[in-house]
Design a protein around this ligand. Structure first.
Ligand code: BJ8
Length: 431
């Protein structure tokens, strides 16, 4: 029988009734969407376990770490350098939320037409349903999209001053790079004063190694998805990419590598979760925070397989490694600043490199079509869809543009559009 965490949740001021309702809905959704999949790799058992303990064992681990003097740092963006957090012995936790929770409460503070991700992180906190926010000692936000940076001002009030903001430039020219380098050093200082621990060269090197190993494991997972038949479903790969933001990085890396051993053997033997020749889709756009599985569930329930995510919950999080060859802490900060500047988020202008990524990924993963996913009111990605379509056109790849949120209201309509898109891919192949 599962352990009873009621006392722990109570201490964290979680609203118990609503929380048990939320866990019930999540368990049902997970059973329907995940556990019903056929021919799943054995290695997914670990991730099933992690999900079953998402508000239980992991929170208990964080609380134990806090008692040992470690700090828990919440983040909302892949621009926040995890290496700095690990270098002060801290724990980095992704706080983005992927479910429609607490919208009514959130709408008392922010407009109705705000992106679902912002509404959800506000809603989770306001509805008393997020043990991670409660556990965090500091929450690092960033000046990326307008919605987030303005919502953080309110979130700071709601969390009684837990927010710290990094200034992310809008452009990647020389001035922007200097600003960003200074911001990396400023965050390091903040983390040092919060933890009372200085960042040594040795610690920074070790942190860099741990995070790079995690990235390499995720790159390995991405590489094996290029096989036909796909050895793992897009749903399972998405889940792993979501778990990457809050599991212990060393344990997570070991589990992903173990899973990849299995997947590479499957690929060698031609074993897959999908039939050989099934239409292969690259999903590109706004991040899909846990438990946002909607689009992948529709695509894979309509006779196609998702083979990659050009997304921050996906390739943008792991495609670039940090150059670990630095001889001083300052040089390490410079390398960190460079590495994070190479993330191609639509909040930057121009952002042509993202189009190169879409092109390269489509080729490497042998995609038959691209589905561009933007959360409603996520203006940067909604507008960049125009260029993504031009990129797909140049590759002669079918392209479908979707704008949606976390609600299930448009499920039927999306399914109809996606089924027609997949049929179009099949027809194109027959022609
Ligand atoms: S690096 S994509 S994680 S900012 S909150 S932009 S969905 S309107 S999350 Fe992001 Fe960092 Fe960029 Fe990646 Fe749109 Fe919503 Fe804004 Fe969002």
């Amino acid at each position: 029988m599962a352990k009873d965490y009621t006392a722990m949740w109570k201490d964290l001021e979680i609203r118990l009734d609503a929380h048990s309702g939320l866990l019930g809905v999540l368990t049902d959704a997970y059973t329907n969407i995940y556990l019903s999949q056929k021919n799943r790799p054995e290695g997914m058992k670990y991730f099933d376990f992690v999900i079953s303990e998402v508000h239980g064992l992991r929170i208990e681990e964080l609380l134990t770490a806090k008692k040992e003097g470690r700090k828990v740092i919440g983040t909302f963006c892949v621009y926040v350098p995890e290496e700095l957090i690990l270098a002060i012995d801290g724990i980095s936790i992704g706080l983005c939320a992927g479910a429609e929770v607490g919208s009514d409460e959130a709408e008392k503070f922010i407009p109705r037409n705000t992106c679902a991700l912002i509404k959800a992180f506000m809603g989770f906190k306001l509805a008393g349903l997020c043990p991670y926010v409660q556990t965090a000692d500091l929450i690092v936000g960033e000046t990326t999209c307008d919605g987030k940076k303005k919502a953080y001002e309110i979130f700071d009030e709601i969390t009684k001053g837990k927010m710290y903001i990094m200034e992310v430039p809008n452009m990647k020219g020389p001035d922007g790079r200097v600003l960003w380098k200074n911001e990396v050093a400023r965050l390091a200082e903040k983390l040092e004063s919060l933890s009372g621990k200085g960042i040594s060269l040795e610690k920074l090197k070790e942190a860099s190694r741990i995070v790079n190993e995690k990235r390499k494991a995720l790159q390995r997972l991405s590489a094996v998805r290029s096989h036909d038949p796909a050895p793992i479903s897009g749903l399972d790969a998405l889940l792993i990419n979501q778990v990457a933001f809050y599991d212990d990085p060393i344990r997570f890396t070991a589990q992903v590598n173990e899973l990849c051993d299995e997947l590479e053997k499957r690929a060698e033997r031609g074993i897959g979760v999908a039939e050989k020749g099934m239409p292969r889709i690259l999903v590109s756009g706004s991040p899909m925070a846990i438990p946002n599985w909607k689009l992948h569930a529709i695509i894979e329930g309509s006779g196609a397989v998702v083979v990659g995510e050009e997304s921050c919950v996906g390739e943008r999080n792991f495609s670039a490694l940090l150059d670990g060859r630095f001889a001083s802490v300052e040089e390490g900060f410079e390398k960190i600043a460079e590495r994070y500047m190479s993330i191609h988020c639509a909040c930057f202008t121009p952002n042509a490199e993202r189009m190169d990524d879409i092109r390269d990924l489509s080729k490497r993963l042998n995609a038959d079509g691209i589905i561009h996913y933007a959360l409603q009111f996520c203006t940067p990605y909604m507008i960049e869809a125009f260029k993504a379509k031009k990129t797909a056109d140049a590759l002669a790849l079918p392209f479908l543009r979707i704008e949606t949120d976390y609600s299930m209201e448009d499920f039927g309509q999306l399914k109809t559009r996606i089924e027609a898109f997949i049929e179009m891919i099949r027809e194109k192949r027959r022609a």
